[in-house]
Design a protein around this ligand. Structure first.
Ligand code: ADP
Ligand code: MG
Length: 323
């Protein structure tokens, strides 16, 4: 097994960023960390499997980015500050060029977010990556899915729909004649920027939050289910990028993409009327948009400029979509 140890030592044991609260990282039976007093720890695990979440020949830089960014996005959705990550990885063979690109990208992103790789497990098998991320929170300040109240306003950060358009290109289901636009959308699919600072800034402002990994309708549905409320969304308010506007000619289609596109890693959150002023100050460096309001109906209603829509939006399995 000496090969396994040298592989771990060569590729997984030398991150530039070393946190002061990591007492012991790779090399022993466990890692040891020292959380600050009065802090709570948010923990999340996500798996990426070849053939399910990415194609086996996908760029290793894209895979590394997607694996870590999607996990960090879960911390962002709780308002947590990223701290530690562990990695379980199965590799079909030892491909030095692949590992070099994968780990370089992984550590660059990890350094950017101040998160340290503290341990893991490496084994031979069909390519898959499982990360467990941990982040710190001031006691009792975690943003959950269950706090939305009737009358709260619903917001999203960034723009929505590009990741789904990028997937169309990857799967060759739909292409633009503009090659650069296709490439841009594929990048958008893999290279998201988790909204960590926004999540932290929302700790005392938002009543609930979630990150958009399965699509706005589906993920907002989790907030509605956990909070026992409904929502009314104005699809004309959905934030859409110039790239998506160039890719899809029909407005309906762009709005449908914005409602259903997964792997966006933007935040969807709710804010009580009294905190709206504070929100403008707290998120002054992040694009965000108000898209609707929480209702007491326990349904999701879609409108466009006050006209009800009867769209059948897939991915929304908690509530009936009403007109
Ligand atoms: P054990 O036999 O105790 O499971 P391993 O031989 O699997 O230990 O791993 C040796 C050390 O390398 C451990 O500290 C483990 O956390 C670390 N490690 C193994 N694989 C990885 C990885 N992919 N990323 C980070 N650390 C890893
Ligand atoms: Mg092991």
């Amino acid at each position: 097994m000496s090969g396994e140890f040298s592989l771990i030592d060569k590729y997984f044991a030398h991150q530039q960023q070393q946190r002061k609260d990591v007492i012991l990282a790779q090399g022993d039976d466990c890692a040891i960390v020292a959380p600050a007093q009065n802090s709570h720890i948010a923990i999340s695990t996500d798996m990426l499997v070849s053939g399910t979440h990415f194609l086996a020949d996908a760029n290793p830089a894209h895979i590394a980015h997607k694996a870590l960014a999607s996990n960090i996005s879960d911390l962002a959705a709780m308002g947590a500050s990223p701290a530690w990550v562990s990695m379980g990885i199965a590799l079909p063979n030892v491909d030095d060029a692949w590992l070099e690109v994968f780990t370089t990208t992984f550590f660059k992103l990890a350094d950017y977010y101040g998160i340290q790789l503290i341990g893991g497990d490496t084994t031979k098998g069909p390519l898959s990556i499982t990360l467990t991320v941990q982040g710190t929170l001031p006691e009792g300040k975690g943003l959950t899915r269950s706090g939305a109240k009737v009358g709260d306003w619903i917001y999203v950060t960034g723009t929505l729909g590009d990741a789904k358009a990028g997937l169309d290109v990857i799967l060759q289901q739909r292409m633009s004649d503009d090659v650069a636009l296709n490439e841009h959308l594929v990048e958008q699919h893999f290279i998201s920027t988790p909204r960590v600072l926004s999540g932290m800034a929302l700790r005392d402002i938002a009543s609930s939050a979630i990150d958009i990994s399965d699509g706005l309708v589906s993920d907002l549905g989790h907030i509605l289910a956990r909070s026992d409320v409904g929502a009314r969304i104005d699809v004309a308010e959905l934030p859409i990028s110039p790239a998506l506007t160039a890719f899809l000619q029909q407005e309906d289609e762009r709005q449908y993409y914005a409602l259903t596109s997964g792997e966006e890693y933007e935040l969807c959150f709710t804010v009580p009327e009294t905190n709206r002023g504070q929100l403008e100050v707290a998120l002054s460096n992040t694009p965000f948009r108000c898209i609707g309001r929480i209702t007491g109906t326990r349904d999701l209603e879609l409108h466009r400029n006050n006209i009800p829509l009867d769209w059948n939006v897939s991915g929304f399995d908690h509530f009936k979509v009403t007109v």
